[in-house]
Design a protein around this ligand. Structure first.
Ligand SMILES: [Zn+2]
Ligand SMILES: [Zn+2]
Length: 437
């Protein structure tokens, strides 16, 4: 059936052909960026409702614009002590902690001092137990699998130390590898030790100098005042996620409807009604917790965004402008490169991964301009990082610099040798996932 389209195919501003990813999506102009910065529900992160999603998308753009202006005016600016975002999260943490203490005190009173019948006491204890579960701090665990000790990889540890020195940040307590297309730092365990996680697939894809840039960005987080990474704000940062998990995770309404359906099949009027009410309350609590967490976070996000850009500026200073831009480009292509390696995997071994990834990076470079623009549509206020396009634009707007840390090819080769078992593991992962498709 022929369909008549009313959407323009030429840019009204510059007459260039428009980009249309899929029917019904919002097209934009890749030449002059007309209509690029619009909320596109098909691409933007899902935040429960469109209204919240749209607000978060627009607010994200505002926050990024303000951060750019400020950092371009003074790239060397250091965070001024405690940020307002941190104060806010701290206050929310204190309220949650007090709530927890009150619930604990109430429980003690129920058990020790009250002379109500046991059944009534049990019923009265339930809300307090729920509150305690909600505010109980969860510290996360330092992973046991994947830890790379200094004995196993002395050169990698030396590089991380040098990057930390140049960045002016503490050295992470633990270095870990995993099989993600990612890297990160986190504070984990009840001692909140700093853990640097290196996703080996991403590491393998990165040109060598860009690896130093990646490390510098991550280590930059250990000293840049990101309110979302400070120990003191843990309670406020995690209560929503915990409540959402406790009430069943994502898609609460779909789950409630399904549960109601299966109850209805079993019959028995009052039981069905009661079950529906319980499932409805759980779903409501789920949505309320997710929304509350988004609201709490949204106040802290401007400071967090600043911290991300500052970590990028650290990467520029430590590793240089060009390696930073190469690392961003690799991140933009990472999914496609991994797909290419997946096709090649049966014909190569772990040692060839790096060369093959470099070839794929070259071959796929034509996708970069569009992937870069697209990253703006997939980022909003609550995304962990600004879009790659915005991050690259900040570094491009500043004068190009060489990095402070220089690593020669001999040392890179030594680090490669230390990580050889991990390349084999990544190769096995590529082979292993083949049967699933
Ligand atoms: Zn145009
Ligand atoms: Zn970051």
């Amino acid at each position: 059936m022929p369909t008549k389209t009313t959407t323009p195919s030429k840019c009204p501003a510059c007459a260039h052909d428009l980009v249309l990813l899929e029917a019904g999506a919002l097209s934009w102009c890749s030449a002059c960026r007309w209509n690029l910065d619009v909320y596109d529900p098909a691409l933007a992160p899902w935040r429960g409702t469109r209204m919240i999603g749209r607000w978060g998308f627009r607010r994200g753009l505002e926050v990024d614009r303000a951060a750019h202006e400020q950092l371009l005016a003074d790239p060397e600016a250091r965070p001024a002590g405690t940020s307002s975002g941190e104060v806010w999260l701290l206050a929310a943490s204190v309220v949650l902690a007090l709530l927890g203490l009150a619930a604990a005190g109430y429980l003690v009173w129920l058990v020790v001092a009250s002379d109500l019948p046991p059944g009534v006491r049990l019923a009265m204890a339930i809300p307090a137990v729920l509150i305690l579960l909600l505010v109980k701090p969860s510290f996360g665990r330092v992973p046991k699998y994947g830890v790379i000790t200094e004995r196993e990889a002395p050169q990698l540890h030396r590089l991380v130390r040098e990057v930390a020195d140049a960045a002016g940040t503490p050295v992470p307590d633990v270095i870990c590898a995993d099989l993600s297309l990612n890297a990160g730092v986190a504070r984990l365990g009840w001692r909140q030790r700093s853990v640097l996680v290196i996703g080996i697939p991403l590491w393998v894809m990165l040109p060598r100098p860009a690896r130093a840039s990646l490390l510098a960005h991550e280590l930059g987080h250990l000293a840049n005042g990101d309110p979302l990474r400070v120990r003191r704000t843990l309670l406020a940062r995690t209560f929503g996620a915990r409540a959402v998990a406790a009430t069943g995770g994502r898609n609460p309404w779909r789950r409630a409807i399904r549960a109601a359906d299966s109850l209805a099949e079993q019959g028995r009027g009052t039981v069905v009604l009661l079950g529906m009410i319980v499932h409805g309350i759980v779903a409501l609590a789920n949505v309320a917790a997710a929304t509350a967490q988004l609201l709490v976070d949204s106040v802290a996000m401007p400071d967090s965004r600043h911290a991300e850009y500052r970590a990028d500026l650290v990467a520029r200073r430590v590793a240089g402008s060009a390696p930073f831009l190469r690392s961003s480009e690799t991140v933009l292509l990472a999914g496609r490169i991994w797909q290419d390696l997946w096709h090649l995997a049966p014909r190569i071994d772990g040692e060839q991964l790096e060369a093959m990834a470099a070839e794929a990076r070259q071959r796929l470079a034509a996708h970069l301009p569009l992937a870069r623009q697209l990253s703006r549509r997939t980022t909003d206020l609550w995304s962990t990082h600004p879009s790659e396009d915005q991050r690259m634009a900040l570094i491009e707007a500043l004068p190009g610099v060489d990095g402070a840390v220089c690593v020669d090819d001999i040392r890179w080769a030594e680090i490669d040798t230390e990580l050889a078992p991990w390349r084999r593991t990544a190769h096995n992962a590529l082979l292993g996932t083949r049967d699933r498709f």
